[in-house]
Design a protein around this ligand. Structure first.
Ligand code: BG6
Length: 495
């Protein structure tokens, strides 16, 4: 039996009613419904559990599942297509227009007689959250009612606070699952295990030993057909505000006193509250850009401004590279570089920790360039850890060269990695809040992001165009060099 086989055993999640709001949308079809299908196939659902697909307009279940099947075919997700019929025994559809006069009654009828807890999953733009919350009864009991909210919560801290106010009028914090699917990725959980289950790295993760940290989420895709959302969001709200700040918090937080949700969240919160806002003028610590036409994987692609649904004079950023700092005793002074962009040469996400050089080099470096140790946590396309150590290169001379110790988790466990949504939905049904965000974390994230966005606006900071198929504007390279770093490219970087 391979090492992790026991983990694939089904632990049934018990009875529930799961209402998917926005079931006809892209996220629901691409991620949430496939995740439900995979859970059903693993035998996680009890016989009388109920899944309600809330759709705007009349539909029947067979037609809706056919529509999802066609969507998955177009997306090339053959595995989920095969599993889709497994949902049918639990599922029904409901014609629901949130905000309409009879919405509450329609929703009440759809869930009537279904088992508790009732989980409402809002795969909706946050502008619609209030309409959904208006339909909920004030039931302050997580065993009876849970609500899942997709990010971003609002467009800024003020909008987010308004939503939170409405939420708290009906629900307690223990009922609210603010989802960030990056926390459901296996690699992020491996990161927690690496830091908190091993002694080896933890003592080294301090300002004495770390030269800099960089986090990259690079995407080869453009805005696709999400211009309506993206034009209002941009890379800072879409990726930095939650995904990247959450990963950063997990890398640099103090060890929590336990793995309970609030212990973890307390430690992440301290990090989020101690972030230095990048300077937008003077020694520039942030570069924003927008992709121009170019070639990605050999195919010509249009400029962002020419994408369907995008305004020809759009000033939405599709790239951001920034330098921050965690202003704590452990981390003060260590440059933290964060970067994300669309239409880059390839899709990869990683967290790279560059260690300082030895205090006095006793060896020569191959190629004359000395680069210290580096730990890279790869999130995608592969889930793996790589540790670059300096080893003596073969031959007479005492010259060192970085070699990589490579730990590929797929090769280790030989179990297909579960999609982040599958893991997170299973946690929601089990009532586990560890991998979800607490209200104060979201507030701290917005505070950081609002200050950046306000600064960029106040100083009319211009977007740097970058050619599609490159790793972003040259100004961002200079930003990294000022921190004695190079951005990682194709998984290769140097400090
Ligand atoms: C989403 C963003 O939250 O994450 C998208 O809205 C982005 O713009 C996506 O493409 C990236 O997720 P993943 O899991 O594909 O890296």
């Amino acid at each position: 039996m391979p090492n992790g086989a026991a983990d694939s055993q089904a632990f049934p999640v018990g009875l529930f009613t799961f209402v998917l709001h926005g079931a006809g949308g892209d996220l629901a079809k691409r991620k949430i419904i496939p995740a439900l299908a995979h859970l059903a196939q693993r035998g996680h659902f009890s016989e009388h559990s109920r899944i309600v697909f809330a759709l705007r307009g009349p539909a029947n279940l067979t037609e809706f599942l056919e529509e999802v099947d066609q969507f998955l075919e177009m997306a090339g997700d053959e595995t989920s297509r095969k599993l889709l019929p497994g949902i049918a025994p639990y599922a029904c559809v409901c014609d629901l227009t949130l905000g309409s006069g009879d919405a509450k009654q329609t929703l009440d009828e759809a869930i009537q007689g279904g088992p508790e807890p009732v989980v409402h999953y809002a795969a909706l733009p946050s502008a619609r959250f209030k309409d959904l919350i208006d339909c909920l009864d004030e039931v302050r009991d997580p065993a009876r009612l849970r609500l899942v909210l997709e990010k971003p919560l609002g467009r800024n801290g003020a909008e987010s606070a308004q939503i939170e106010q409405v939420l708290s009028s009906k629900l307690d914090e223990s009922q609210i699952y603010r989802i960030d699917h990056y926390l459901g990725k296996q690699a992020v959980q491996n990161l927690l295990a690496l830091r908190l289950g091993n002694r080896i790295f933890e003592p080294l993760l301090t300002r004495e030993h770390v030269a800099h940290i960089q986090i990259t989420v690079a995407e080869d895709l453009g805005v696709e057909d999400r211009a309506g959302f993206y034009e209002n969001a941009g890379a800072i709200r879409d990726m930095i505000q939650s995904h990247i700040l959450q990963m950063l918090a997990i890398v640099v937080m103090e060890p929590p006193v336990s793995m309970q949700a609030d212990s973890l969240r307390d430690e992440k919160l301290k990090v989020l509250r101690s972030l230095k806002v990048p300077a937008v003028v003077g020694t520039q610590e942030i570069v924003v850009g927008q992709y121009d036409q170019g070639f990605v994987k050999g195919q010509p692609v249009p400029a962002y401004k020419n994408e369907k649904g995008v305004s020809p004079d759009s000033v939405t950023e599709t790239y951001v590279g920034l330098r921050t700092e965690v202003q704590t005793w452990r981390w003060a002074g260590v440059p933290i570089l964060l970067r994300t962009g669309k239409r880059m040469p390839r899709r990869f996400a990683e967290i790279a920790i560059q260690f300082r050089d030895v205090p006095k080099p006793l060896f020569d470096a191959v190629g004359g360039h000395w680069s210290g140790n580096r730990l890279v946590i790869h999130l995608q396309p592969q889930d793996k850890l790589e540790l670059f150590l300096l080893a003596k290169s073969p031959g007479e001379r005492e010259r060192l060269k970085p070699v990589s110790l490579d730990l590929d988790f797929f090769n280790t466990w030989r179990i297909p990695v579960r999609d982040a949504y599958e893991r997170l939905i299973s946690d929601i049904l089990r009532g586990r809040l560890n991998l979800f965000l607490r209200r104060d974390e979201v507030e701290a994230q917005w505070k950081f992001v609002d200050q950046i966005l306000d600064g960029l606006k106040a100083h009319a900071i211009a977007l740097h165009p970058y050619t599609s198929g490159t790793y972003g504007p040259p100004a961002a390279t200079a930003l990294a060099l000022r921190a004695d770093a190079n951005w990682s490219e194709d998984g290769i970087c140097s400090g």
